[in-house]
Design a binder for this molecule. Structure first.
Ligand code: UD1
Ligand code: CA
Length: 464
């Protein structure tokens, strides 16, 4: 199948009442336009052209890895017909079917697109539009048919008569056009009531010129809702959220309260994992099998191994947590960290760009930044790696089987050798050799009877 695709994304989106381009509004952390792109890419078009407007650079920035996408610019938002026209130069010489889709229809699925194209081909159409029955058709163009049921044209709400407004079959904004009918785009006249060029007019033009034209009514409202307002965005986000949850329910993930769980579309979760309420999992996160993700956890672009436990109110960003590790409650794992098997990062511990070895424990109140920590290390409560001198960052290395006493500061760059002990309350500024004890605190002095003398003194001053 020879197929290319055009996505229209240059509209102003005024009805969103927002400063960002409409197609960049996010659903579960991913821009609306990216959903449309990902779905279209999954059918492997020969060319994929995005028509963007004056905010084209903002759109390019928000869409990562776009080397295989051609951007066409529509400098002025003169309507969907004019936008589609801007893609024509990039389609020069292409022979086959061109799929045109709106960038504001993120729920569209691969199977509906494939069914639509298959029918378009089977019926030997040159212009097809994908239509659906809408319960609330007022924000869509209506499909007009003649007495024989053949599609004649599409009429927008603002131009429709009261009779036409009653029609429930609407235009999804998805079209299939054979390359030999593409030049019809140039024949679209300006719509008088709005002063824009309507892509919908291609249906009437094609039919009048004798091209095989059809509206293929195979769509569903929960796939083809267009987003024009914040309310529609909210509606679409709810549908998408449940679609994702359902996929995980089917693959054996348990949700204690799926209504309060937000999972981005590119996340993977293994079977037997239990997700507690108020959990947010974003980006390209992978979670293994048999994990417990407790309430109020947020995980972004991270990899969590099998049987890991992420306790309440923990934030994990851009990091790897290996199997059987336990993180939290109230932990913050910042980007670039690796927490190895069976390690434990406990209450109020912040880890940044550090490796925490197997079986190592940092159970309470610590900052571990730019640290390389070996296996079976004990990090006492209140340990801090002083990794920053105001200008540069330095590395702290703690080798296997080290014991760091509570309230230790490790002034980097510094290394604590294998099996060494650091006494509580130490400030370590020079390397500690393996198997030794490092103590840097002032030696304790006890003055006997001091407290009795002090109390006597206090009594005397009160009497005066
Ligand atoms: C459009 C259709 C309507 C259909 C509905 C489906 C027209 C005239 N109407 O209406 O029949 O039922 O989609 O959701 O086509 N865009 C541009 N350049 C422009 C204007 C729009 O690129 O100058 C892009 C927008 O970014 C958007 C898409 O085209 O992604 C659709 O535009 P929008 O204004 O949302 O059209 P609707 O009023 O929804
Ligand atoms: Ca729309």
């Amino acid at each position: 199948m020879k197929l290319s695709a055009v996505v229209l994304a240059a509209g102003l989106g005024t009805r969103m009442k927002s400063n960002i381009p409409k197609v960049l509004h996010r659903i579960l952390g991913k821009p609306m336009l990216q959903y449309v792109i990902d779905t279209i890419k999954s059918i492997n078009p020969e060319k994929l052209i995005i028509v963007a407007g004056k905010n084209i650079n903002e759109i390019k920035e928000a869409i990562p890895k776009h080397n295989d996408i051609i951007f066409a610019k529509q400098a002025e938002p003169k309507g969907t017909g004019n936008a589609a026209l801007k893609a024509l130069p990039s389609l020069k010489g292409f022979k086959g079917t061109v799929l045109i889709a709106n960038g504001d229809t993120p729920l569209i699925t691969k199977s509906t697109i494939l069914n639509f194209i298959a029918l378009h081909k089977k019926r030997k159409n040159q212009v097809s539009v994908l239509s659906f029955e809408s319960k609330e058709p007022s924000s869509y163009g209506r499909i007009l048919r003649d007495e024989k049921g053949r599609v004649t044209s599409i009429i927008e709400q603002r131009d429709a008569s009261e009779e036409q407004k009653k029609i429930k079959e609407v235009n999804s904004g998805i079209y299939a056009i054979e390359n030999n009918a593409l030049n019809l785009l140039k024949k679209i006249p300006v719509n008088k009531s709005k002063g824009e060029y309507y892509l919908t007019d291609i249906v009437e033009i094609a039919r009048n010129k004798g091209f095989q034209t059809d509206a293929i009514c195979i769509g569903f409202e929960d796939e083809l809702t267009g987003v024009n307002t914040q309310e529609e965005l909210n509606l679409v986000a709810t549908t998408m959220r449940y679609r994702i949850i359902k996929k995980f329910l089917e693959s054996g993930v348990t949700f204690i309260d799926s209504n309060s769980t937000f999972i981005s579309p590119n996340v993977q979760i293994g079977r037997g994992t239990v997700i507690y309420p108020n959990v947010i999992i974003e980006g390209y996160t992978t979670i293994g099998e048999g994990c417990n993700i407790y309430p109020n956890v947020r995980i972004i672009n991270s990899e969590i191994g099998d049987k890991a436990t992420i306790k309440d109110s923990t934030l994990i960003e851009g990091s790897i947590i290996k199997s059987n590790a336990v993180i939290g409650p109230f932990a913050h794992i910042r980007p670039g960290s690796v927490v190895c098997e069976n390690a434990k990062i406990g209450n109020f511990v912040e880890v940044k760009k550090s490796i925490i070895g197997q079986g190592t424990k940092a159970s309470h109140l610590s900052y571990l930044g730019d640290a390389k920590i070996g296996n079976n290390v004990n990090i006492g409560a209140g340990t801090i790696t002083c990794n920053y001198d105001g200008k540069n960052k330095y590395i702290t290395t703690i080798e296997d089987n080290v014991f760091i006493g509570s309230d230790t500061q490790l002034v980097a760059p510094v290394t604590v050798g294998k099996g060494a002990f650091v006494g509580a309350g130490s400030t370590i500024t020079v390397n500690v050799p393996p198997d030794s004890l490092a103590l840097s605190r002032v030696e304790q002095k006890n003055i006997e009877g001091w407290a009795i003398k002090r109390r006597l003194k206090e009594k005397k001053t009160k009497k005066k």
